[in-house]
Design a protein around this ligand. Structure first.
Ligand SMILES: O=C1C[C@@](O)(C(=O)O)C[C@@H](O)[C@@H]1O
Length: 714
């Protein structure tokens, strides 16, 4: 609700209310820019009325929703206290619609969004890419059940707590709201819960799971008034919380209503059986699943068992359910207690995890990610692999990634081995020797190398995939630079790699490595650095802050600029001015329109545009020796643009090694010229997050990477 009110009342781009990331999410896949500011000067701000509610924006709110998300319109309408009307285009909205909230499907809205009457209506982008489908596509997902009585206490450790987690659960029933007289309320009030959710939202980018666990299922929420659950859970929908835990015992009309009105939230149906008599092979277990799936995006079933064999019964149940109900929501099912721990290692959908730093475990038998991975490794389900950081000496000194990888593998209890191997400067040969081994797990290349260079000097790669070579991700194709080599089992197609017999093997054998890539394995060439750049640019700003605006990119070579272009394209920037290099046509195809600064006149022209087309972001990959040019650009464009045109600071990103303590350090110049500045270490940390995700499928928070590399963020 806060989010909706902020969107409409705020005269500036919406800050970060609880659900800004979701309701206002204009992720790279969104392709429409909508209004984030109000043109309407109707805010009441007289001293007399201090504290009185503000009327906010009185234009008609048009909620643009994505396919299948029409329910989100009524979430907005309810908060605004207005009825809903659905329309087919912006031009259909007229004065008769005042007093209504209008819903417009994204596909239809796209047709005439440019021509909308901005005096009459405010378009609110409510379509979003829910993290749900992406998460469900991962082979394994975990969520951490926080058990803090006050989220504040969790914040200092949140980075480390969430290493390896794909979502974070807030156990609302365990929150303890102080009354002020030394006692605590029986149930935390909605406003207290709202503050707690907000605290969590601001400190983690992970999806939140909102849980009001009842007393019968190991929680503290009283069961005498089911309407109370509706009140809390529906408020979480309005806050834009990503997952809402809805217990199966709740009356059907409540579960149905929550499901139908879930907007962009996803429902996790929850069933716990503590009786000790629950049996997975029973008809009852199947009935529970069937009843749960009706109003669920994920079905969670958890039971106390008495015998280890019941873990196998659960596995049989899992496979039976998958076969019988192929279209049903994913099943997350585990057994509780020590006996049930085995099942916690086998469940792959949203496994609940704990962490040694939590005050209590949320349920008997809960394990940490490290314990689960350790158990999987013992069972042979997580074989030891060799991962490599293939880098040049120079790159290692700029951003040492290796210690972090080791820390991460330890923290996650992964059995893998990580080694940094040095590639000779200017010699790209020999990469294949690290990859062509049976237990190769993947590698990052730092710096990345062009696809052509790798293939020319490492002919073994061309023999992969029956002679077709490695698969290229979309980013690797568009950028042409490879910085991550991912290993994928190739399923049943049999299109595996061709292993090279030891006699043809060139290069040094890695310690412990057996030559010959494992059969039925394929390699994917990918690029993680563009994501590092994108994440850095959007750390403090919504992607929409960049839409349609222009950038200046300074580099010595097109290769250095390539990942930047890809990121700027994802941000839908309208133009890139380049300095220091020519853009080859292949690269230009994957970038916004490009203009090279070839003279002072062209620079002057870009400088004198008096609207949003003045460069908003400057990205430099020029090294120390060229900091004068970078400084000059920063001074020139720091002042450009109409005065007061935006209250958002311009952005500078320095991809080159920091010229520490120097007078002309571009970061210092940028800050003096009014830019928000980021440096190569920010990008390196985000790139590490991405490469870990690509290589080991584990989610690690950016702030943990920064902490582990010795910088405290907050
Ligand atoms: O539903 C679950 C699973 C859980 O009960 C467990 O068994 O790990 C822990 C709870 O916090 C969570 O809401």
């Amino acid at each position: 609700m806060a989010a909706v009110q902020q969107l409409l009342a705020s005269p500036s781009p919406a800050p970060a209310p609880v659900s800004s990331q979701r309701i206002n999410d204009t992720s790279a896949s969104a392709d429409m820019e909508l209004d984030s500011t109000s043109n309407d000067p109707v805010m009441i701000d007289s001293g007399l009325m201090k504290g009185a509610p503000q009327t906010g924006d009185s234009r008609i709110a048009v909620i643009v929703y994505g396919q299948g998300q029409e329910n989100v319109v009524s979430v907005f309408a309810e908060v605004l206290g207005k009825p809903v009307k659905l329309k087919r285009s912006f031009k259909d909205v007229d004065h008769e619609d005042e007093g209504f909230v209008i819903g417009l499907a994204l596909q239809e809205a796209k047709q005439d969004v440019e021509d909308r009457d901005q005096q009459l209506l405010v378009a609110i982008n409510a379509h979003c890419t829910s993290p749900h489908s992406q998460l469900m596509a991962k082979p394994r997902t975990f969520f951490i059940s926080t058990t803090f009585p006050d989220v504040q206490a969790a914040l200092p450790n949140l980075d480390i707590l969430t290493v390896g987690a794909d979502a974070v659960e807030i156990r609302v029933d365990l929150l303890r709201e102080p009354r002020g007289d030394g006692t605590f309320s029986d149930i935390p009030s909605l406003s207290y819960v709202g503050q707690q959710v907000m605290l969590l939202r601001q400190r983690t980018e992970l999806p939140i799971i909102f849980t009001t666990r009842c007393t019968k299922e190991n929680g503290k929420f009283p069961m005498d008034n089911p309407d109370l659950y509706y009140e809390y859970l529906y408020r979480a929908v309005q806050w834009g919380v990503e997952y809402i835990d809805v217990e199966l015992w709740l009356p059907e009309h409540i579960r149905k209503k929550l499901y139908e009105k879930r907007g962009n939230s996803r429902i996790m149906s929850a069933f716990h059986d503590f009786s000790g008599t629950f049996k997975w092979p029973s008809q009852y277990a199947q009935d529970v699943f069937v009843k749960s799936r009706q109003y669920a995006d994920i079905v969670k079933m958890i039971a106390i068992i008495n015998d280890h064999n019941e873990n196998f019964e659960l596995e049989y149940f899992r496979s039976k359910i998958r076969a019988q109900y192929p279209d049903a929501p994913p099943l997350s099912a585990v057994n509780m207690g020590e006996i049930g721990q085995f099942s916690r290692t086998l469940n792959t959908v949203f496994s609940p995890i704990t962490h040694p730093l939590l005050p209590i475990i949320a349920a008997p038998g809960q394990m940490s990610t490290a314990e689960i991975n350790g158990a999987l490794a013992l069972l042979g389900q997580l074989p030891k692999k060799y991962f490599y950081g293939i880098s040049s000496a120079a790159a290692r000194s700029i951003a040492p990634r290796a210690p972090f990888y080791e820390k991460c593998f330890n923290e996650l209890g992964l059995p893998h081995q990580f080694a940094v191997v040095e590639r000779q400067h200017n010699n790209p040969a020999g990469i294949q020797s690290w990859c062509n081994q049976r237990d190769f797990g993947g590698a990052y290349l730092d710096p990345g190398l062009s696809y052509q260079t790798i293939m020319k000097h490492n002919p073994w790669f061309s023999t992969l995939n029956n002679g077709q070579g490695p698969t290229l991700s979309e980013a690797a194709q568009g950028i042409g630079i490879i910085d991550t080599i991912v290993v994928k089992p190739s399923g049943s197609s049999g299109s595996g790699s061709t292993s090279t017999p030891p006699s043809q093997y060139s290069g040094t054998m890695p310690p412990g490595g057996q030559p010959g890539l494992a059969p039925n394995t394929s390699l994917i060439f990918d690029n993680a650095s563009w994501r590092g750049i994108l994440s850095t640019l959007t750390r403090d700003l919504a992607p929409s802050a960049y839409f349609g605006r222009t950038a200046v990119v300074l580099a010595l070579t097109a290769d250095d600029a390539a990942p930047v272009f890809f990121a700027l394209k994802a941000l839908k920037m309208s133009k890139i001015y380049t300095v220091g290099f020519r853009t080859p046509s292949g690269l230009a195809r994957n970038a916004p329109p490009i203009e090279q600064f070839i003279s002072m006149e062209s620079l002057q022209r870009a400088r004198s545009v008096a609207d949003n087309r003045a460069p908003f972001v400057i990205i430099s990959a020029l090294g120390r020796g060229k900091s004068n040019i970078v400084g000059m650009m920063l001074r020139v464009f720091g002042e450009a643009g109409p005065p007061g045109s935006s209250n958002t600071k311009k952005v500078f990103l320095n991809l080159a090694e920091a010229a520490s303590q120097q007078k002309n350090d571009p970061i210092v110049v940028a800050e003096q010229s009014g830019f928000t500045a980021y440096d190569a270490a920010d990008v390196a940390a985000f790139t590490t997050v991405e490469s870990l995700r690509l290589l080991v499928g584990q989610n690690v928070p950016y702030s943990f990477v920064r902490l582990a590399s010795g910088r405290n963020l907050f």
